[in-house]
Design a protein around this ligand. Structure first.
Ligand code: UN1
Length: 500
């Protein structure tokens, strides 16, 4: 049963597509209809060891390739992604479930990131600064670090992989990538593009498998200097602990409990559009999903009615169908978790306005669907207002002022993204100052980050690093400070400096 089959994905190590040493696989299932798309390797530490060895060999040369030339390869990656955008988007929907329009948007995110990081090949700016001594020059440069480990989630299988792999590579590192077991095809296609773009063998190595086996082996491998992880706070914390004892750089992007704040002067139709998109796009399976709506009591009823009316019109189904607005949930475990939170919400006394059940699709009974769900009269202490659900569930929390709205927004243990709807410029700037999340939107929902800005958050969401944007280079480079003394004498810093 475990012998290699046609539709099996393979690891990519040192430029070769190879089956996992232990020969174990599991099915890759389309969440929209339960159909098996192929199999994904369940690799072991042995595969990780081989990948690290290949990455080390490749690193010796790759670090010396001039960054503008590394950037050229990334530019070709962007061009190939662009040419194949439609095919890639279809594969993405097939194995992950998000609706086609969103899949296209996600592939576009990887295209944007490729061109952006290709340009970094000609920047990678350091600083020059005067020395305190005469005839001496001082500067700092970004240096590559070595072999880096990337652990990426299924909800944005190519965008997040692009946020991490492209800056790592342009900076001269080599990569071991463990994608989520739910989205192996997307990883395979992305790596094929790296291969075709001319990336030398061993610069990107793909090792499929579980977090407990492959992820753990990566974190524990002394040859991997950086771990960049996106996933749950629970797993992120354990990576930080283990990586920390080995003095690794660990960059974590974890959960969210994002809110849209709707003030009494808000443009309500606009807020409704944004909330629906933020909450039910990707079926709520985004770190940035809108999961709380903190609403001024004066407009609570209007907002609730407008949302309910629009939720009724949402079509659930296979994301490949153009009329479908809400796709499936990734798997049965996630579906159970979402439903258990809905039960908790009811027990806690929240008022279920609409939704609240699994949806059995008449054409796809084996698919995993959950009705877009809205709770109202939620209080900020309820678990549904505090914990990440990662599904299509919104909690409406009434408040009486901007100050209270911001306090409720900030009281959760996460800090990723917040949107606020108000027409008042004074409130806008107060909100920008006092909201404690890493991303703030004014008159827009909680999703829609662009790749050239830092992505990430505070508290339980992150540990101070950022994906994407210039900030991503900080994860994958080491600063080197360089002093060039051309005085021909011993000049002692701090001592041989003329005092005034
Ligand atoms: C995520 O949910 O993990 O801003 C990433 C957004 C997307 C990225 C989301 N551009 O919603």
């Amino acid at each position: 049963m475990n012998s290699i089959q046609m539709k099996d994905c393979r690891n990519y190590i040192g430029g070769q597509w190879v089956p996992p040493v232990g020969g174990q696989f599991r099915d890759n299932v389309n969440p929209a209809n339960g159909k098996v798309l192929g199999r994904v390797p369940l690799s072991t530490a042995e595969d990780v060891n081989a990948a690290v060895e290949a990455a080390h060999t490749a690193y010796k040369k790759w670090r010396l390739v001039p960054a503008p030339q590394r950037g050229e390869i990334l530019y070709r990656v962007g061009t190939l992604l662009k040419e194949r955008k439609e095919d890639l988007a279809r594969i993405l929907t097939l194995e992950m479930g998000k609706v086609l329009e969103e899949s296209r948007g996600e592939v576009q995110e990887a295209i944007d990131m490729s061109f952006y990081m290709a340009g970094e090949g000609r920047r990678l700016f350091g600083q020059t600064t005067p020395s305190e001594l005469p005839n001496k020059m001082a500067m700092s440069v970004r240096e590559s670090i070595g072999v880096v480990g990337l652990i990426t989630p299924w909800n944005f299988p190519i965008a997040i992989a692009s946020w991490k792999s492209l800056p790592a590579l342009v900076a001269g590192n080599t990569v071991i990538w463990k994608p989520a077991t739910e989205t192996p095809l997307m990883a395979q296609e992305f790596v094929k593009i790296y291969e075709e773009a001319g990336l030398p063998a061993g610069c990107v190595n793909l090792v499929y498998g579980s977090g407990t086996e492959v992820g753990d082996a990566m974190v524990g491998h002394p040859g991997i200097r950086v771990i960049s992880f996106t996933g749950s706070t629970e797993v992120g914390r354990s990576i930080a602990i283990k990586g920390g004892t080995m003095l690794k750089r660990v960059s974590l992007e974890m959960g969210g409990k994002n809110a849209v704040l709707v003030m009494e002067d808000a443009n309500l139709p606009l807020a409704v559009d944004a909330i629906l998109w933020g909450a039910y796009g990707t079926s709520g399976q985004r770190c940035t999903a809108t999961s709380r709506v903190i609403v001024h009591r004066a407009v609570q009823q209007d907002l609730e009615e407008m949302l309910t009316e629009r939720i009724r019109q949402l079509t659930l189904g296979d994301g490949l169908a153009e009329d479908v607005k809400v796709g499936p949930i990734i798997n049965g475990t996630s579906l159970d978790k979402i439903d258990s939170y809905v039960q908790i919400g009811k027990q806690e006394g929240a008022r279920l306005v609409i939704g609240g059940h699994r949806y059995i699709h008449p054409d796809f009974p084996a698919g995993h669907y959950y009705e877009p769900t809205l709770f109202s009269d939620v209080t900020s202490k309820m678990r549904i207002a505090e914990e990440e659900i990662f599904g299509p569930v919104i909690s409406l929390i009434p408040v009486d002022s901007l100050e209270e709205a911001i306090a409720v927004n900030n009281q959760v243990s996460y800090g990723l993204s917040t949107g606020i709807f108000t027409q008042d410029v004074n409130r806008v700037f107060t909100a920008i100052r006092d909201i404690d999340t890493g991303i703030v939107y004014i008159n827009a929902g909680t999703t829609g980050a662009e790749i050239h800005l830092p992505f990430g958050g505070s508290k339980g969401t992150g540990n101070g690093h950022r994906d994407s944007g210039q900030a991503a280079l900080d994860v994958f480079t080491e600063w080197k400070a360089i002093y060039v003394d051309y005085s021909g004498t011993l000049q002692r810093a701090q001592i041989d400096v003329a005092q005034s």
